[in-house]
Design a protein around this ligand. Structure first.
Ligand code: AG3
Length: 276
């Protein structure tokens, strides 16, 4: 018997993955959590039937949501991750020797437990002594912590249900206040093919709050369109003009991110430029 997982990427478009085995399926207070062993992508985490990450392509997203910002800030010490309970972002952050503290705020305990059990490759950073995991609401956390973080990473789900607040003006203002005076943030901001209005809306909002706002992109085969964007809001440091430290970046042992990729990620195609 063939078992297939399908995600409705839009009302009229689906992605399907052949499944070898369903490793976990549970209902948390927030969402349906599942771990599937897929033939093409290996173990895959889905939340409410939406693909979050998988063993084969996760490195692209996790390297880009972390290293672009961490190499733009000259000396990041304290970093906050909101969401991303699988641990992929935290794993990349702790590769940076100068990091003193990573606060990871994930709302759903079940996602953390599943990551520890089924995705040791992603959640290995949880063991690092610099990492503190809080099961809490990220929106509340940024409101309660002012002027403390050099970088904030918003590794959210799609802008539906509980994640809607993570794409709104009030949240981006709280993030601004939670950052130090030369801090910056990076958030995942969806696909220009299928969510172009979100990119326009986020860009407009960010440019009204932050001196610098920059959109960059990467290829994530399992996300709608395969072309994925990230938005950076920065108080001072500009990812376009920063001098990149080649030796430091080589030491990160990345598979997607490099000094050249850092530069090229900000080169936008005309149809994407038009959204800004
Ligand atoms: N965050 C989810 C990105 C959105 C994916 N959307 C989709 N497949 N429709 C990824 C979490 C990884 N740490």
């Amino acid at each position: 018997m063939e078992v297939w997982f399908t995600e409705d990427q839009t009302k009229h478009l689906r992605i399907g993955c052949r499944v070898r085995e369903v490793l976990f399926s549970g209902q948390s207070p927030f969402q349906k959590v599942a771990v599937l062993d897929t033939v093409e992508f290996g173990r895959m985490l889905t939340l409410d039937n939406v693909i979050q990450t998988n063993i084969k392509d996760e490195f692209v997203y996790h390297e880009m949501i972390t290293h672009v910002g961490l190499n733009t800030h000259p000396n990041p010490k304290k970093v906050l991750v909101i969401g991303g309970g699988d641990g992929g972002a935290v794993r990349e952050i702790v590769k940076h020797k100068g990091i003193e503290k990573v606060v990871h705020v994930e709302i759903d305990q079940m996602v953390i437990d599943v990551a520890k059990k089924f995705f040791p490759e992603l959640s290995s950073g949880f063991e690092d002594p610099r990492v503190e995991i809080l099961v809490d609401d990220g929106i509340k956390h940024v409101k309660e912590n002012k002027g403390v973080y050099d970088m904030i990473i918003v590794d959210s789900t799609d802008p539906v249900g509980p994640a809607v607040g993570l794409f709104g003006e009030e949240f981006y203002r709280s993030v601004f206040d939670a950052l130090t005076e030369d801090g910056l943030f990076v958030a995942q901001t969806e696909s220009p093919f299928f969510n172009s209005s979100l990119i326009t809306q986020v860009t407009t909002t960010i440019s009204g709050i932050y001196p610098l706002n920059r959109l960059f992109w990467a290829v994530v085969p399992t996300y709608p369109g395969g072309y994925w964007t990230f938005t950076m809001g920065s108080k001072k440091h500009d990812p376009l003009t920063v001098e990149l430290n080649q030796g430091k970046i080589a030491a990160l042992k990345t598979k997607w991110y490099s000094p050249e990729v850092h530069r090229s990620a900000f080169v936008l195609q005309p149809f994407v430029k038009e959204l800004l």
